[in-house]
Design a binder for this molecule. Sequence first.
Ligand SMILES: [Zn+2]
Length: 458
Amino acid sequence: METPARVALISAPRGDVEWNALGDEAGALLSQYLRINTTNPPGNEIVAARWLAAVLRRDGIEAQVFEPAPGKANLYARLRGDGSARPLILLNHMDVVLASPEYWQVDPFGGAVRGGYIWGRGALDMKGEGIAQLMTLLILKRAAVPLKRDVIFLATSDEEIGAGVGAGSFAARHADLIRDAEFLITEGGTTRVNEQGGVDYYGVGTTEKSPFWLNMIARGTPGHGSRPTPDNPVHRLIRALGRIAEWRTPLVVTPGVERYFKDLATLETDSTRRRWFSDIRAALRDSVAVRTITSDLTYNALLRNTISITGLKGSDKTNVIPPLATAVLDVRLLPGQEPAAFLAELQRVVGDTEVTFRPQGPSWPATESSTDTDLFRAIEAAAHARHPEALVTTPMLAGFTDSHYFRRMGIASYGIGPFPLTVSDSRGVHGNDERVSLEALRFGVRFLYDVVKRVAAR
Ligand SMILES: [Zn+2]
């Protein structure tokens, strides 16, 4: 592919004209990037990585492309600073989730530019933000901005399948390339605008819940369906699942969530809710408040460990009682919760030693990045430079991103959503007609560059 024309810079961009041109360049790059189908599985991220490497090379930035498995890739590029501060990593994933073209108005891999929007699977999650990060690197390099810290661009595979050879395996195999980093920026934040175009808040991701996916196995006596056994494992499983479904996990207020509700209180127009949110701990001692607040699915997920029973399996044959029956549970743990302690509690709730649980994969206690850092202050300053009145807050993500691999290495990691989006704009994430407006892209490119410049420029 012929990459789009570059905007020449002799110094850091200042005016709207230059920034609009850079926004257009970002739009043209995004449209190309969306045409590379990286639906995972299989991902085929190597094609995306080669394209990113070619775009970087045009500006004299040499990227290393690692191929951890056939067709898979992780790309690493580093702009050098003077070393007086530790590096900042810009992390993005190249893979996307499946798109069902029959439900889309356009080809999800056509890179269409229509009605002021750039359409395609990944426009929001997260090729758009990947392009904003790429533009940041290109602008810093073109304008020869003197840096005090290295800025690392890291594009990875396998974020969407939560395993594989992406960020986690890169962090393990190439720890030497990132270990010295102080900060990381990736997805998981929100810049929320209302339908009137005003900014409600800038949400910066400082923490997220930790997935603890479990296989549940009930054992019993197999037999013929015509002669019921007292310990049919399917019956046993159903009884145990009934107890789990009824179990109200304890309400827990983590420091980050407490701060988030306090922030929300400042936006709240209803006086009762304002009182509840300003002291969420006190509110949770009031049964009316508990019922109202936890009836909101998002708030509920922020205030407790959650369990969704999502899969079931008994016998393949109607007339055969199987030797075991299984279920799968999607458990999400709050920061500070130990997986092993939760498992012991779950076993106690079930109260049946013939029912056992097996974690599907490695688990980790969720961690939180402090807001008392130069990067967090840079994000706040960049937000307030645009919207002086806007709230900058730290909503916890109920889902998860790749940032936990880096938080666990001691790298302060933040989720930023550089594009101002309404609630309905965000629906394209993992849904149909995913798109980003050119206006939001322009804003996001300039905003992200501003954040990085504030924390990394000399
Ligand atoms: Zn994503």
